[in-house]
Design a binder for this molecule. Sequence first.
Ligand SMILES: Cc1ncc(COP(=O)(O)O)c(C=O)c1O
Length: 362
Amino acid sequence: MTAKARIRRDIAAMSAYTPTTSLEVFAERLGREAAALIKLDANENPYGPSPRAREALAQLAQMHIYPDPESGRLRALLADYCGAPAANILCGAGADELIELVFQLFIEPGDVILDAPPTFAMYSFNAPLYHARAVEVPRRDDFSLDIPALEAAARQQRAKLLFLCSPNNPSGNLLPRRDIERLLRLPLTVVLDEAYIEFAEAESLAALAARLPNLIVLRTFSKWAGLAGLRVGYGIFPSALMPHLWKIKQPYNVNVAADIAAQASLEDADFLLRRARQLSGQRQRLEAALGALPYLAPYPSRANFVLSRVIGMSAADLRDRLAARGIIVRYYDKPRLRDHIRISAGSPAQVDRLLAALQAIA
Ligand SMILES: Cc1ncc(COP(=O)(O)O)c(C=O)c1O
């Protein structure tokens, strides 16, 4: 038997997920200098890390020593930042790792997870890897959740997990708190992904996760703190789950650079939150300007990106025409989103260039 024939048959048959890639790879593909490109496809922070995080990284001396497996100092700072006890917080290599950890903790073959597409792809991505069945309860036309359908599916399918995202990626809408509270009455665990909450100027449910038995809140340093490349996120979990999470977490999942940069970011949180507000301002500017173009219909967003329907033109073509001008935006080759593009809020100068390109295309 060849090595290839020995790999899991379900993985051999799986289709590949294509994540976004680095600026350098885009530059090579487009035959341009990386410095000339504007990357607005992955909701990254165009300003990068805070000066304090850069300074902490420049001073980093202990690269030959394993990190603190408990991320103790980072969790203490996070407790202050998000108002939940450190004992209920677990850090990971991005929120992505914590999503997978939730699957590892809960899912046995055949278990059901509920997903409300269009939403972040990583929830359903993990399902086949853990032999979970992902049951989709599509959002309504305005991307709000279909609460009665979710309640019915939860009961009929005996779902174990429900993944929610607020503000939702890619639509940008915030979930009303009363909807989340209603869904928390279901006999399942709600995983609420708040990756973009710092842009929403809305209340986080992080503190509530430490008090309830069935709410997990996931957060990240990738967006508001500009650390996407370092991979650091965290979750706030019900107390009863914590001992089991510690058993299954990879011991050194948060590397020393990510750990120290995340700590420095929290010490500079006011500065970073001001920048997040500036990005929300650029998102508002984008919403208004896109809405004024005859071929785009943007949806209201509370995150650092705007999803728009593309009218009278192919969204994939629009993506390509912007790429030819050095501007990278997100296109989804998925049934409900095929005529949409998602554009991240950039710096004012980046948004100027994007809007000029969109006007030239029109
Ligand atoms: C909703 C949502 N959750 C989680 C993530 C991943 O976060 P991280 O970079 O911390 O893995 C993203 C990244 O785009 C996201 O959009």
